[in-house]
Design a protein around this ligand. Structure first.
Ligand code: AMP
Length: 230
């Protein structure tokens, strides 16, 4: 189903939730359907690390430790991306904002562009399950399809079901110890944004321990209402 044509101005959505909640998986499923672009600051930072830029060099050790990269660096990489022409129709922000300062900076960045946050969805999950989910995950290097050692192994070990690729990548920070640090950072610095956006009346909480397709259906219904009103 395609709802891409149903909004006439840029729409900006935020997916909030701890590591492993499914933000990236859901954002990738929703972007095409609604004509929006997934914007993951984690992906942007990993790109900067791989490219060896100054921002990447500064971020690398912090990311490997599971701590938050400084607002200054994160905002710099995000700003660059926001100015790319393909994000003109709107964004699904995944992993950003993660601090109150980032949330305020985001409002200012969008206001400069005549835009705003239209909806914030909090994916509600159990922390303990997140450690197992994140510690076993890996992706196909060629097409980005996500897998998991226990919950979603490829049909043939080492071969991507989707594209036949044979190179799989595991993130350096997807181990049990670092996930616990990342969960700690989420609760200390990011979870307060749930009440911040609730008080602005843009927040919806979605139970997100179920099947990926069921959650995508729930999110699609919420986003469909948002885009229909634009
Ligand atoms: P993610 O891919 O969203 O899980 O992010 C991976 C890592 O990148 C995080 O553990 C942080 O070290 C860093 N990171 C990503 N987004 C942000 C952000 N908005 N603020 C600070 N650090 C971030």
């Amino acid at each position: 189903m395609k709802d891409a044509s149903s909004h006439t101005r840029p729409v900006n959505l935020i997916l909030l939730g701890p590591p492993g909640a499914g933000k990236g998986t859901q954002a990738r499923m929703l972007e095409q359907r609604f004509g929006l672009v997934q914007l993951s600051t984690g992906d942007l930072l990993r790109g900067a690390v791989a490219a060896g830029t100054a921002a990447g060099k500064a971020a690398k050790a912090v990311m490997e430790a599971g701590e938050l990269v400084s607002d200054e660096i994160v905002l710099a990489v995000l700003k660059d991306r926001l100015d790319a022409p393909d994000v003109a129709a709107g964004t699904i922000l995944d992993g950003f904002p993660r601090t109150a300062a980032q949330a305020e900076a985001l409002d200012a960045l969008l206001a400069e562009r005549g835009q705003k946050i239209d909806a914030v969805i909090s994916l509600e999950v159990d922390d303990e399950a997140m450690v197992a989910r994140v510690a076993g995950r890996f992706t196909c290097a060629a097409c980005g399809e996500g897998y998991h050692d226990d919950f979603k192994p490829p049909s043939v070990a080492g071969v991507c079901d989707k594209c036949g690729g044979t190179e799989m990548i595991r993130r350096a920070d997807d181990n049990a110890e670092t996930v616990r640090t990342r969960l700690g950072a989420y609760h200390a610095q990011t979870a307060p944004l749930i009440s911040y956006y609730a008080s602005r009346k843009v927040l919806t909480r979605v139970p997100a321990m179920g099947a990926i397709d069921d959650i995508a259906r729930d999110l699609g219904a919420i986003i469909g209402k948002v885009t229909a009103g634009t």
